[in-house]
Design a protein around this ligand. Structure first.
Ligand code: C2E
Ligand code: MG
Ligand code: MG
Length: 633
């Protein structure tokens, strides 16, 4: 009975989350409901921030509230002990208790007879506080009750983390917005903010006769500084550069740090392009003056590349890419001039740019293709959709994993073209297997935040749908929570337009990003894909089970379907089915596979046979297809 009630409380929690979920509401709900489920007379919960007074306290009654406050006041009691040790404390008879010598007599005086305390745990981190259950008669709680209480404490902890993040955002939204847009080391605008400003600059420039220039600065041999003096000195040098550069810029210019030793300056409203050359000269002279740091005096040089915004041209990412390439050419010149150092050795940056240049050509050289991974119904293993996953086979390096390709494409702005290619290819190939089925299969395509936010994305999608005669109802776009961070309003607009076109939307890798459940309320998402980290943790004494339960109920409550990613074993499949997931994806069913293998598989299902793949290995991978981590065979 408790288990059923537990499920009720979990789903109720889930609803609290999507309404307004202030922290106090979560705690109030927790103590109110737990006294209904368990044989106790009161419950209290205190959240503890180290070194500070408890910020939040909730209790089911005024007596319970007194016991919470008493423990804080005395700085002693089971609540603090459970919080400090991270383990539950059971005191079935206070009269017999030897610990807590100040708390116990006063609690007994006030009519308390037994206390059971549970830390609000989340992973290996310090608990957030503790949940106290009180009884006015002595007696132990059953193992089942103890289990239910700890589960609720852990689920509350995971929701509190969300609520904390949200509260922090609200409390200091300006600050956290700043943090998302600035580089932590130097405090300069980061790539996201630079691209935003560049976007505005490009729009403005169309209406004026002024010029905008983008200066890409890369320190020469910065690696030598790190190697010779250590990373701390390297960091100090970067900070010193960030402080020194503004002295040669105008107040309206934007100085941003991209990553490592790369800085970019956006200069707007230039009357003449030659002005940019002057700025470059000033920067070069400025950096040539030695940097006197606490532990070292350093002389450095930099390579600078300049790109200008052509009227009506270029998206921000493309302009940044051009400036990057110009810098790269400057670096080559610099290296060629350094005969004292011997022949020029390409460094990491060079390799990246080589790879980037190769990626730019990859589609036209026929090096890209898509792998497809089936998404099956949890109940009977029917393939209802396939996810298209990008594969790049480099002529010399071989297969380059998406974990490398996608970030590289995003950094360089190539993601816009590559994403368009993926969409076109997926829509085209979909026709190939569609005719062999009565029940159509949808295709899901991953769309990165950069691509979705780039101007012209919606036009691109409409053009591909038309060119490939694709039924939008059979297309799903998978986005991650990162799209909401950059510009939530714009993301919302684009998603609404996609929905308007009839395309389904999935929120991918749910649980790994901001995971703010309020996103789910606001954004028109049809499918929630629970990240594979939750599935991998199933059954390992982690709060995965209650979290998945709550997320599934919440998603269903909002009319979404749930896909669990990374299902690798039959026990995981069974457990997820029990928890109510609609669909599964993972090596247990099928790995990402070639189009030919997919067609064979779909044909086999059409013949009424089960989704048990020919020659499938124990890990569920087909030897002839790609199986991440070399698991095939
Ligand atoms: P994703 O969208 O979450 O795709 C699922 C990933 O999980 C795939 O990795 C798939 O091979 C892997 N996977 C599937 N089943 C299992 C399993 O049972 N266990 C484990 N451990 N892994 C499993 P892949 O193909 O390496 O892709 C990685 C990520 O790269 C994708 O994650 C997606 O975010 C991104 N990506 C792939 N193709 C594209 C694309 O065309 N455009 C964009 N923007 N991103 C893409
Ligand atoms: Mg995906
Ligand atoms: Mg995913």
């Amino acid at each position: 009975m408790q288990r059923e009630q537990l499920a009720d409380v979990l789903s109720e929690f889930a609803r609290t989350m999507v309404t307004d979920f202030p922290i106090q509401a979560i705690l109030d709900r927790l103590v109110e409901r737990i006294v209904e489920i368990l044989p106790i007379t009161g419950a209290g919960v205190t959240l503890i921030s180290p070194g500070r007074d408890p910020q939040y306290v909730a209790a089911s009654s005024s007596a319970a509230l007194r016991f919470e406050r008493l423990q804080t006041e005395l700085d002693e009691g089971p609540c603090l002990a459970a919080y400090r040790t991270g383990t539950a404390i059971s005191i079935p008879d206070l009269d017999q208790e030897q610990r807590f010598r100040r708390f116990v007599p006063r609690a007994l005086d006030a009519g308390l007879a037994a206390v059971f305390t549970f830390p609000l745990r989340h992973g290996d981190a310090k608990p957030l506080g503790a949940l106290d259950l009180y009884r006015d008669t002595p007696g132990a709680l059953s193992a089942d009750s103890m289990g239910v209480a700890q589960t609720l404490a852990d689920v509350a902890a995971s929701y509190l983390l969300n609520a904390h993040a949200r509260q922090d955002l609200l409390d200091a939204s300006a600050h956290s917005h700043e943090a998302a847009l600035h580089d932590a080391l130097t405090g300069l605008p980061n790539r996201i903010l630079l691209l935003e400003r560049l976007d505005h600059a490009l729009l403005r420039e169309r209406r004026s006769d002024k010029h905008s220039a983008l200066l890409f600065i890369d320190l020469n041999r910065f690696k030598d500084v790190n190697d010779a003096h250590g990373h701390q000195v390297g960091d100090h040098l970067l900070i010193a550069i960030a402080e020194r550069l503004p002295s040669v810029l105008r107040p309206a210019d934007t100085l941003a740090r991209m990553s490592g030793d790369e800085f970019v300056i956006l200069c707007e409203d230039l009357d003449d392009r030659a002005e940019a050359d002057l700025i470059v000269a000033r920067i070069t002279a400025l950096l040539a003056q030695p940097f006197v740091l606490a532990n070292a005096t350093l002389a450095i040089t930099a390579s600078v590349g300049v790109a200008f915004a052509e009227r009506h041209a270029a998206r921000p990412e493309q302009l940044l890419h051009q400036a990057d390439l110009a810098m790269y050419r400057a670096k080559r010149t610099f290296a060629a001039s350094r005969t004292d150092r011997g022949p020029y050795e390409p460094d990491g940056h060079d390799k990246r740019l080589d790879l980037q240049e190769a990626l730019a050509q990859a589609a036209s050289r026929d090096e890209l293709h898509l792998a497809y991974q089936p998404i099956v119904t949890a109940a009977d293993g029917d393939v209802t959709a396939v996810e298209a996953l990008l594969r790049w086979t480099h002529p010399t390096h071989g297969a380059i994993p998406p974990g490398v390709v996608i970030p590289l494409a995003e950094r360089s702005g190539l993601i816009v073209d590559i994403g368009r290619w993926v969409l076109h290819q997926a829509c085209t190939e979909q026709h190939r297997w569609q005719h062999s089925r009565n029940e159509p299969i949808a295709v899901a395509v991953n769309v990165s935040a950069h691509q979705l936010m780039a101007g012209g994305f919606l036009d691109d999608v409409a053009a591909v749908l038309e060119a490939t005669s694709t039924d939008p109802a059979l297309l799903c776009m998978e986005v991650t929570e990162s799209i909401f961070v950059r510009d939530g309003e714009r993301a919302l607009h684009v998603l609404r337009q996609l929905k308007h076109m009839g395309i389904a939307l999935a929120l991918d890798d749910f649980g790994t990003g901001y995971s703010s459940l309020s996103y789910l309320m606001r954004y028109p998402v049809d499918i929630l894909k629970i990240d594979r980290s939750f599935i991998a943790a199933l059954g390992h004494d982690s709060p995965s089970t209650p979290i998945i339960t709550a997320v599934v109920q919440l998603a269903h409550g909002l009319g979404m379907t749930v896909v669990c990613e990374g299902v690798e074993t039959a026990p995981q499949h069974h457990e997820l089915t029990r928890l109510g997931t609609d669909s599964c994806q993972g090596f247990h069913f099928a790995p990402p596979m070639s189009l030919a293998d997919l067609e064979a598989l779909v044909g086999q299902r059409a013949d009424g046979r089960d989704l048990h793949l020919p020659a499938r290995s124990r890990t569920g991978c087909i030897p002839s297809t790609d199986c991440p981590g070399g698991r095939s065979g």
